[in-house]
Design a binder for this molecule. Structure first.
Ligand SMILES: [Fe+2]
Ligand SMILES: [Fe+2]
Length: 165
């Protein structure tokens, strides 16, 4: 499976988690969820997919290179917001906590859709097969570093299925 297809499977898992009212309503659970975003999902995008996209389109489509940067900046915003969510959650300010939590997931959903609509199609259609295969291997390493057990617990993908794809 291509790294971007794997990222879209992550997006699907995230969307279903949110749609089901998310288990992630408690601060500890949320912190674990965000740890997956920042330590695995967004890390793959920031360290593997986005740099390859920027390099490939540099000097060819500068507008697209800017778009990759712009969408990538959402990760910093989400990280800041997650810090606030955890802070309010730990201090017991339930109303603000819920409010920031909802804002975090709204932003994340919009961000994921932007990646799917504006970035991923060009990756799948325009990047050479070898570059995509290399990136997929790097992504697998990041997932193993993050911890396959944690990864499968959050995404719902079984370890067996992960090894097959
Ligand atoms: Fe992202
Ligand atoms: Fe993503």
């Amino acid at each position: 499976m291509d790294v971007v297809e794997l990222l879209m499977v992550d997006h699907l898992s995230i969307r279903l988690l949110v749609r089901c009212g998310l288990c992630v309503r408690e601060v500890g659970e949320f912190a674990a969820f965000h740890d997956f975003i920042v330590g695995c999902h967004a890390r793959i995008e920031d360290e593997v997919v986005f740099p390859v996209l920027r390099e490939h389109f540099s000097g060819v489509d500068e507008g697209f290179v800017k778009l990759v940067e712009w969408i990538g900046n959402d990760h910093k915003l989400l990280d800041t917001l997650a810090g606030n969510v955890v802070g309010y959650g730990r201090s017991g300010e339930r109303e603000i906590y819920e409010d920031r939590l909802n804002l975090y997931f709204k932003l994340l959903m919009e961000h994921n859709l932007r990646e799917e609509a504006q970035l991923f199609p060009r990756w799948l259609q325009e990047l050479p097969r070898e570059a995509r295969a290399r990136a997929t291997e790097e992504a697998r390493k990041i997932i193993m570093e993050f911890g396959l057990k944690k990864y499968t617990e959050i995404t719902g993908l079984s370890e067996e299925a992960f090894k097959l794809i």
